[in-house]
Design a binder for this molecule. Structure first.
Ligand SMILES: [Zn+2]
Ligand SMILES: [Zn+2]
Length: 317
């Protein structure tokens, strides 16, 4: 059940904190899983949301960001001290906590966060692109594993937001892209991103690809992803499933297939996502399906739950 609550009184800011007036929030698959109650470690009541942009309205005394700056939230806490953080891999920090899942999220008209989780967004980047920074950073991180250049053959399996953003980025990088999904509506949506081949899973015959991005997060898709990687190729599992999947070691060994898992993004990937989104040649506009006002929160979540749309946005101001 979703409730909209009036917050308690505002607290004074700590020296490193920033108060943000949230403008837009994007509903993610993890918000939907929190809503459905399928994340075992989520503690309720829980405020969802991690994909938000907004404006700084107040800054603590140690904070460099100025009031009025347009910003995006980096929504996974990290310690900055473990061996992974020390190597720049904040995405696998042993103390990482995803906002909106492990702790309260940021779907609110105002939020307070440590300034280290706030990044400035170029003023000229339109809100409809800026709201994609966080999910796009996931894709940026994943596709860096695959070394895509002009003419690389890429299959993207699954056309949720991450799949669609992977398609957009692979096209931007000059790849020859084939898209696989069980839902023809999603395949039609993928076609709006540019020149792609589309296939229902059963239509993929003997084709093989240099790079396969598995963005469906279901057993059959992972199994198919393994079957269609070219010898010497790379499979990036990006979707999330708790299922156990049967893999054939001999197939992986003989064909020298690399399976490179990818989880969220580092601070650097966030910066790269912002830089790419500033280039109009990266075509992502069809990925936003609807924008709901925040008093229509329930309808926004119902749309996200339906599975018929790409990104659903809530407008908080
Ligand atoms: Zn997300
Ligand atoms: Zn750490």
């Amino acid at each position: 059940m979703i409730k909209i609550r009036e917050a308690a009184q505002r607290h004074a800011l700590a020296a490193n904190d920033v108060r943000i007036k949230v403008s837009y929030g994007g509903i993610c698959g993890s918000d939907v899983r929190v809503y459905k109650g399928t994340i075992s470690y989520a503690q309720y009541p829980l405020r969802p949301g991690h994909e938000v942009i907004g404006t700084v309205v107040e800054a603590g005394e140690n904070v460099q960001l100025k009031v009025g700056t347009k910003v995006v939230v980096y929504p996974n806490t990290y310690c900055g001290e473990c061996e992974f953080c020390a190597g720049g891999k904040t995405n696998i920090c042993i103390h990482k906590k995803p906002l909106g899942v492990a702790v309260d999220g940021v779907f609110a008209q105002e939020v307070v966060l440590d300034a280290k989780y706030i990044m400035p967004v170029p003023e000229e980047l339109p809100d409809e692109r800026a709201i994609l920074i966080e999910p796009f950073a996931v894709t940026v991180h994943a596709l860096k594993k695959a070394n895509i250049t002009k003419g690389t053959t890429v299959a993207v399996i699954g056309c949720g937001t991450e799949g669609l953003l992977s398609i957009a980025l692979a096209l931007y990088q000059g790849a020859d892209v084939t898209v696989v999904d069980i839902n023809p509506v999603k395949l039609a949506l993928a076609s709006k991103l540019g020149n792609v081949q589309t296939r229902l899973p059963a239509e993929v015959k003997d084709e093989v690809f240099d790079v396969v991005i598995e963005a469906a997060g279901v057993k059959d898709a992972i199994q198919q992803a393994m079957a269609v990687v070219k010898p010497g190729g790379v499979m990036v599992p990006l979707g999330i499933t708790m299922d156990t999947v049967h893999l054939s070691p001999i197939h992986i060994v003989r064909n020298e297939i690399s399976i490179l898992g990818s989880i969220i993004y580092t601070v650097e990937d966030f910066a790269d996502a912002i830089a790419h989104l500033q280039d109009p040649a990266l075509f992502v506009e069809p990925i936003i399906s609807k924008i709901w006002a925040c008093d229509r929160y329930q309808e926004a979540f119902d749309d996200a739950l339906s599975g018929d749309y790409a990104k659903i946005i809530v407008k908080f101001d």
